[in-house]
Design a protein around this ligand. Structure first.
Ligand SMILES: [Zn+2]
Length: 438
């Protein structure tokens, strides 16, 4: 088991040594040798004890590297609420985008949420494929989920694997993903995805709540969390245009938020609410967005009062989600976090950063990218090392990591796990299972 020793030596000598041993002391988990652990052992890969899901120095013991579900997921979100940070939730459409997220999370010593929209899921599966009955979107999201599951542990960070807006007509998409999670649960004792969002904010509130209750019942059997939306997020995203909705629909009322809380809680506490407080998808000129984060604190106070003795000590019964984070003022973001926001979505700004990376790369090497042969250094010079797709895509990833660094800072989601900030995305908890997926 030379590899094990080498890995251990790297850990001990690396900057994360103290953090690692603290993590070992704190870990309450002991691995049982499963079939896949045995296979890894036969292949002389670091497993057995190394396969135990390790916990982080500054996290609840249930939270481990890789995709978190069930109690670990709730513990992570509660940790965010009590320590006053929110976790960035980034829409991804490719393995390259996912890797940039994992890299940024490790560099910031933080958890991250990776999510797919239905359009993003379809893209992940390939736009050349027929999407009849959302089959391509289902398969695409499952494919993305396995990529995240395989790579997240290698980066050594906890990841919440989520899907974004699912309007009524898209429910067959989430139905397919839920079936995939139920099947995964039978084999592994946890769902494939951590959570799904059901967005029935365009339907009457009674119908919205009733359908959410049905889904939460199924989710709660396999340790999944539901994100529901109340009120409408303005703007345009993933082909859904809410640019002309009535202003009053952009702001949720405390009574409505309480209604949701009261009806969902008896089923399960594994839900979050994307309440509307003037959020808008997309980036518009300053002055067009009037965020009112105080709506969230008024709702928390209203619900805490209704709950009386049963209210949590922090008087923040609800875990809120902030949609339309791109382009928002950092003061509004941090105020919202103080009122119980534990997740903020970012899509438009990382779409831009990804593109901008390619744009800058092309500008810098323009004269080397006009043909396979011939550049300013000579008419015979080959340009392969410039047009290799890895060059432009890596430039996109690097620029996206840079943008995400700002996002982690805005959300106070830095130095969270206790592994230390990493200049490069090294995994101080060790390459787990030699790269074998969960
Ligand atoms: Zn949204």
């Amino acid at each position: 088991m030379k590899f094990v020793i080498a890995v251990f030596a790297t850990i001990v000598m690396g900057s994360g040594a103290d953090a690692f041993s603290a993590g070992v002391r704190k870990s309450a988990r002991v691995a049982s040798v499963s079939v896949k652990d045995k296979i890894a052992g036969e292949l002389d890969l670091p497993c057995e004890d190394e396969c135990a899901l390790e916990s982080f120095p500054n996290m609840p013991p249930s939270v481990h590297p890789g995709v978190v579900t069930g109690q670990a997921l709730i513990d992570l979100l509660e940790d965010a609420k009590s320590r006053g940070y929110a976790i960035p939730a980034v829409n991804c459409v490719s393995s390259s985008g996912i890797n940039a997220c994992l890299e940024a999370a490790r560099k910031n010593d933080a958890p991250i949420i990776i999510q797919f929209s239905s359009g993003g899921s379809q893209f992940y599966g390939g736009k050349g494929l027929d999407n009849k009955n959302y089959a391509a979107a289902i398969a695409g999201a499952v494919s993305g989920a396995f990529h995240v599951r395989t790579m997240a542990e290698q980066y050594g960070v906890p990841v919440i694997l989520h899907t974004d807006h699912c309007a009524k007509k898209l429910l067959p998409w989430v139905d397919g993903l839920l079936a995939a999670s139920e099947r995964y649960y039978e084999k592994h004792g946890e769902p494939l995805f951590s959570s799904h969002m059901i967005d029935l904010s365009e339907e009457p509130i009674e119908e919205n709540i009733e359908i959410c209750k049905d889904y939460l019942k199924r989710f709660s059997k396999i340790g999944m969390l539901l994100e529901m939306e109340l009120g409408i997020t303005g703007g345009e995203e993933d082909g859904v245009n809410n640019e002309d909705v009535a202003t009053e629909d952009l702001y949720s009322k405390p009574e409505e938020i309480y209604q949701v809380y009261e009806e969902l809680t008896p089923i399960s506490d594994m839900f979050t609410i994307a309440a509307a407080f003037g959020n808008v998808h997309g980036v518009y000129s300053p002055g067009n967005v009037k965020l009112e984060p105080k709506i969230l604190t008024r709702a928390q106070a209203y619900i805490a009062e209704k709950l009386g003795d049963k209210a949590p000590v922090d008087k923040k019964p609800v875990k809120f989600v902030f949609h339309g984070g791109s382009g928002s003022d950092v003061n509004d973001i941090q105020e919202a976090i103080g009122y119980g926001v534990i997740k903020m979505n970012i899509d438009t700004d990382t779409q831009w950063s990804y593109w901008e990376g390619i744009k800058n790369f092309e500008e810098k090497w323009h004269d080397y990218l006009q043909g396979q042969i011939g550049n300013p250094e000579g008419p015979e010079k080959p340009n392969k090392k410039y047009y290799d797709p890895r060059e432009a895509l890596r430039a996109a990833e690097v620029n996206t990591v840079k943008r995400l660094n700002q996002c982690f800072a805005d959300l106070r989601c830095v130095n969270i796990l206790g592994l230390g900030i990493a200049k490069e995305a090294e995994n101080v908890l060790g390459p787990r299972r030699g790269g074998l997926p969960v």
